[in-house]
Design a binder for this molecule. Structure first.
Ligand SMILES: C[S@@+](CC[C@H](N)C(=O)[O-])C[C@H]1O[C@@H](n2cnc3c(N)ncnc32)[C@H](O)[C@@H]1O
Ligand code: SF4
Length: 465
């Protein structure tokens, strides 16, 4: 795999359509309302020795960032966290009672919201609670990570987290320009970022990630270039450069962003082009779908060796795990079954108080889903899918099975974005930024074609760029 992304603005504009980010296939919007928690109970209690990945959602934030599209509750009331934790413990107990807890936990991720809204003692109690119920791996390769807002860190929080076994952190930074920060209500200084990065490094956290967003109000090529220079100088192991998804109908806080302050589409595209070029020059490898990593980081290594996977937490090296979601809005994935918890606190709380799993939605993937998922994840993770591999794994003739899809992709092939031979489909250097358009050809749910519902492609998804 080459690291030379080809930047062709005309081609990007041609293929820049809305589409899913494929952190799963079928994607979460295809999950159906669950009449009960029966399917989730059943899949949790199935006997298998597959390792586990735990995702815990802590929805609270002390301040609102106007761009935010995450599932969060903005409050300064610390008591809310205590009430939430009590119910979270009950959810942990219910799920731990069903699952074979001798299965090894290889991965744990605390996301949000802002997990460090919890006090250091609450975080310690939560981890202790989990360790008493599950079998955590002590292998070097185990991944215990947490999302951190650098503004919400006590003086000892990072060292306490390290003592608790966390070995990775992800810091939300977004942008360093003062005007941009003011326009999105997310003010934090460069010194603060350097300080938390140095602390995290000194404590031995690895694969440290920083989140940035392009397309925010008042951003220009000049301002974002300065942010990128500083951030690549700080040199996190991983960098996520997210496309700002402005969907004010869906996300209330975004109504506080003045649309006129957003960069014009051409400028936004140019900002992204500049980011790609800058990251390339700074020696970062483009993993795909907004994610960059240093060449020696595990994500880059896994991609080179064909071991990269993609799930609800983005790109991961632990794709072999069953994923158990805990907390409001979290998603679980066990074998062919996906379930999602209620996204609002009251329904989630009520279910747990009634001793039910808080399952709101579910999806049982069929064989066709599995075949298509393998095509889509192959393109996203390895930029290549071999027809023989699909044929042997699923006992089909994949070229015939996907005759219509391959015909649909002929446009991308003629434009030099993918190569289709008798053996394989390969994403070219020119096509890497448009890979999700190639994936969409294999998505049977597009336009409601598989489940019969009407077109739900737009405006629920952001554009690729
Ligand atoms: C849960 S937050 C990270 C942890 C912490 N709450 C923080 O903000 O530092 C997840 C990340 O999603 C990204 N994000 C949030 N809303 C977004 C949006 N509308 N468009 C693109 N990225 C967004 C931000 O980069 C943010 O850091
Ligand atoms: S970006 Fe992070 S801190 Fe800001 S509102 Fe969203 S979840 Fe909370």
């Amino acid at each position: 795999m080459s690291d030379q992304l080809i930047w062709d603005p005309l081609m990007i504009q041609r293929y820049n359509r809305s589409g899913p980010r494929y952190t799963s296939y079928p994607t979460a919007i295809e999950f159906a309302p669950a009449a009960s928690d029966a399917m989730e109970r059943d899949v949790l209690s199935r006997r298998t020795s597959k390792p586990l990945s735990l995702y815990l959602h802590i929805p609270f934030c002390r301040h609102v960032c106007y761009y935010c599209g995450c599932n969060k509750i903005v409050t300064k009331d610390k008591d809310q966290a205590e009430e939430y934790l009590e119910l979270l413990y009950r959810e942990i107990d219910m799920k731990a009672a069903l699952v074979d807890t001798s299965r090894v936990v290889e991965q744990m991720h605390l996301g949000g919201g802002t997990p460090t809204f919890l006090s250091d003692d609450q975080l310690a109690e939560l981890v202790k609670y989990l360790r008493q119920r599950f079998t955590f791996s002590s292998a070097e390769s185990a991944d215990y990570s947490i999302e951190i807002d650098p503004r919400e860190l006590g003086p000892d929080t990072l060292s306490r987290l390290r003592e608790l076994g966390f070995n990775r952190v992800s810091f939300g930074v977004q942008d360093l320009d003062p005007d941009v920060q003011a326009a999105v209500n997310r003010v934090q200084s460069e010194e603060m970022i350097r300080d938390v990065m140095n602390q995290a490094r000194g404590l031995g956290f690895r694969s440290i990630n920083i989140d940035l967003i392009y397309g925010l109000p008042h951003q220009t090529r000049e301002t974002f270039a300065r942010t990128l220079e500083t951030i690549t100088d700080i040199r996190p192991d991983r960098l996520s450069v997210f496309n700002y998804a402005h969907l004010p109908q869906r996300f209330m806080p975004q109504r506080r962003i003045n649309t006129a302050d957003l960069p014009e589409p051409a400028e936004k595209l140019a900002i992204f082009g500049l980011a790609i070029q800058h990251m390339n020059e700074a020696g970062y490898h483009y993993v795909g779908m907004d994610h960059f990593a240093l060449p020696e980081d595990e994500l880059s290594v896994a991609q080179r060796s064909g071991q990269l996977h993609r799930n609800f937490q983005g790109y991961t090296t632990h794709g072999n795990c069953d994923l158990i979601g805990l907390g409001v809005s979290s998603i679980s994935q066990m074998g062919p079954i996906f379930t999602q918890n209620f996204t609002d606190l009251s329904n989630w709380s009520e279910a747990i108080r009634s001793n039910d799993l808080p399952t709101a939605k579910e999806c049982l993937a069929d064989k066709d889903d599995d075949i298509r998922k393998t095509m889509i994840m192959g393109l996203l993770c390895h930029l290549n899918v071999r027809f023989d591999d699909i044929d042997q794994r699923f006992m089909i003739n994949s070229r015939r099975y996907f005759a219509d899809e391959l015909a649909e992709l002929s446009g991308m092939e003629n434009d030099g974005l993918i190569r289709i031979t008798h053996e394989a489909i390969t994403v070219t250097d020119a096509g890497r930024l448009m890979v999700r358009q190639a994936c969409m050809a294999f998505d049977a749910y597009r336009n409601g074609s598989k489940n019969g519902s009407e077109d739900k492609e737009q405006p629920r998804f952001s554009k690729a760029i």
